[in-house]
Structures are given as structure tokens and as C-alpha cells.
Design a binder for this molecule. Structure first.
Ligand code: ZN
Length: 239
């Protein structure tokens, strides 16, 4: 049985209480995941695969392992040098667990760098509940982790992420900016040119991409995952 085999690999000979012990304080999967399954464990997988949609598309985080999740998993496996079989088993889980911190953020990003961008902390005071904004920030970070890896592992610096209404006004953000909802991140140039970031973002699940050549975006690239059809505007980058 798959479940038993996985449990042995995960836990070793000493199986503890019914609940699988967490490898790192965040989350540990207790069964292999494949097309047709559903549940909270599938959802946890989908959050970490959010950066592996088809070009211009998005990964649904709905707890159902369908063809789109399988395709995203295959892209993850290919990107990370794993066997590409569309099934999340021990090797895939080990890789995912190695990519996450104990608070479930990916290793190269943190809540601290994406929470209230005016020097405050947390996800209060925006246009979404604090927990929703925080969750969206988490998904955004997993997208950026995929993007960072695809760009050779060079650092990506987030200049501004979630903003409270007060912070957004102070930052001169648009009245209904996605920063108020928690799913936006502004990236600064660093080792990577802004157009490199903007162009690469198209592969990692962002609905909004605004960069060089778009008014007010010459010094950073704005990414977001708001509702509706995509808007990619960075005339100087030829998206
Ligand atoms: Zn922005």
C-alpha cells in the first residue's frame, strides 16, 4: 500500500502517535498524492506548486488533485531535478520540506519582508481580513520562490508587499491597489534587471505585471494575483 510505504519512509521504524510528526514545524505529508485524490494535504501541495502553472496561467488551490495540479507537479519535478511522474511521493516531499521554513514560508522569503510595507508589522488594516491577506502573501512567496529558482537562484528583493490602507495612502498607491489585499509584491532591481524579473514572472502565476515603461513603475516591478484577466504592462520590457 502506498500510504504504508510512505509512512515508513517518513517516520522510520518508530511510528509515533496517529498524527504524523512534522519534519520541520510546518507541514509533513502522510500519503503519496496523485490525480483523483483530494483533501487538505492536496491543498498544502497546491500552495507550494503555485509558481508552476502553464505560461500565463494559474494553479487552483482547491484541494482537488486534477490534471492541472498534475501538470504543475510535473513542472516542479522537472525544475527541481526529480523524476517527472506527476505523483508526489517521498522524494518530492523531501524536496518540498527542504524548501520551507517552520512557518511554511519558502526559505528565501519571509512574512516580515512582505507584511505592512510602511514599517509596521502584520497584515491588519487592509481591504481583506488579516488571515486572508497573510495567506495570499504566502502563496505569493511560493510563486516568487519558483521564479527565483528559475532565474538561477539569485536574490529577489521585495520592496513592498502587503499595505494597510494608511500605509498605501502614504506610499501613494492606487486607491484599490492589490497591495491592500495581500497578493501583491513590488520587486526592486538587484542582481537581476527589472525586465528580467518582469519577463520571468509570466511563467509563475501572476495576473498583474507592471514594470519599466508603465507609468510609475520605472524603478520596480509590481506583481499581483488579483481576480480577472491578466494585465501585463511593461512597454520597455516587451512582454
Ligand atoms: Zn505594486
Amino acid at each position: 500500500m502506498i500510504v504504508t510505504a510512505l509512512a515508513l519512509v517518513t517516520l522510520g521504524p518508530v511510528a509515533g502517535p496517529a498524527r504524523t510528526a512534522s519534519a520541520d514545524g510546518c507541514y509533513t505529508w502522510g500519503r503519496a498524492l496523485r490525480a483523483g485524490l483530494s483533501g487538505g494535504d492536496v491543498r498544502q501541495l497546491q500552495i507550494r506548486l503555485a509558481g508552476y502553472p502553464p505560461y500565463g496561467g494559474r494553479v487552483s488551490i482547491d484541494g482537488g488533485f486534477g490534471p492541472a495540479t498534475r501538470a504543475a507537479l510535473r513542472r516542479f519535478q522537472a525544475a527541481r531535478g526529480l523524476r517527472v511522474d506527476g505523483v508526489a511521493g517521498p522524494a518530492t516531499f523531501r524536496r518540498l520540506e527542504a524548501l520551507q521554513d517552520s512557518d511554511c514560508t519558502p526559505i528565501h522569503f519571509s512574512y516580515r519582508e512582505i507584511d505592512d510595507g510602511c514599517g509596521g508589522s502584520g497584515f491588519d488594516g487592509g481591504r481583506a481580513s488579516s488571515s486572508t491577506a497573510r495567506y495570499r502573501a504566502l502563496v505569493t512567496m511560493w510563486k516568487m520562490e519558483a521564479m527565483r529558482h528559475a532565474l538561477g537562484g539569485r536574490p529577489i528583493t521585495v520592496g513592498s508587499g502587503f499595505r494597510s490602507i494608511r500605509c498605501n495612502a502614504r506610499a501613494g498607491g492606487a486607491r484599490n491597489s492589490r497591495h491592500l489585499y495581500g497578493d501583491a509584491a513590488d520587486l526592486d532591481s538587484g542582481p537581476l534587471a527589472l525586465c528580467t524579473l518582469a519577463r520571468r514572472a509570466r511563467y509563475h502565476g501572476f495576473r498583474g505585471i507592471f514594470g519599466p515603461g508603465y507609468p510609475g513603475h520605472s524603478g520596480h516591478v509590481h506583481l499581483d494575483s488579483g481576480p480577472g484577466s491578466r494585465r501585463w504592462q511593461a512597454p520597455r520590457c516587451r512582454l
